[in-house]
Design a binder for this molecule. Sequence first.
Ligand code: C5P
Length: 244
Amino acid sequence: MSAPQKLYEGKAKIVYTTDDPEILLAYFKDDATAFNAQKRGTIQGKGEINNTISTHLFKLLEAEGVPTHFIDTVAPNEMRVKRVKIVPIEVIVRNIAAGSLCKQTGIAVGTVLEPTLVEYCYKNDELGDPLLTGDRLFLLKLATPEQLDEIKTLSLKINQVLSEFFDKCGITLVDFKLEFGYTSEGQLVLADEISPDTCRLWNKGETDPNLRVMDKDRFRHDLGNVESAYQQVLERVLAQTKMS
Ligand code: C5P
């Protein structure tokens, strides 16, 4: 048995090797960053909450036929995942206008987007994860047109499954970020995590723009009650999972 080696440390997770070269261990941290790591902090208990929420959502997606990197959860903060080669694209799926879309286009926050908007950013911290055009994406050889097509189709399917699930939790799935990777067998799978760090989640029926926020925007914009919002999402996800 060889000791696990730290393979990579990101803003919210540490990835370790395991005895099996095809399996990695993802450790979810309480550290929080925003605005390309210009703002840093800690959200107490976030690692455990995000690991648990991601576990339930990966299981749900797998059951609905979406392949993911998830294998199993081995500790409160740890899940085992398949080793994949990450596609250096952040896929942003938007159902309702918020965040950078509103800042960059002037569209009013809360505008329903029909059809759902799928955008791609270059996963590159040094460059600040810039928004890509399709042609730039192909110029940089980040994906072939066929691969991008598969990524978009899978992203929309994920949106459909997650939107329905969150709706049953009394939560509106405003937007979210996805990352994909290829397994050693060449299969495209959903990677990274799905949590209040990577999704905008609004309390359904709450119209106050500050009170409705149940996600990392509470940390980004100093809205307070960050931990309790994450906890509330966890409790609703667990309750809904038990019922379905
Ligand atoms: O900031 P922006 O409006 O582009 O973010 C869209 C969605 O993607 C939000 O849910 C945000 O939390 C998520 N996101 C992320 N990681 C990034 C950029 C955005 O999880 N690096």
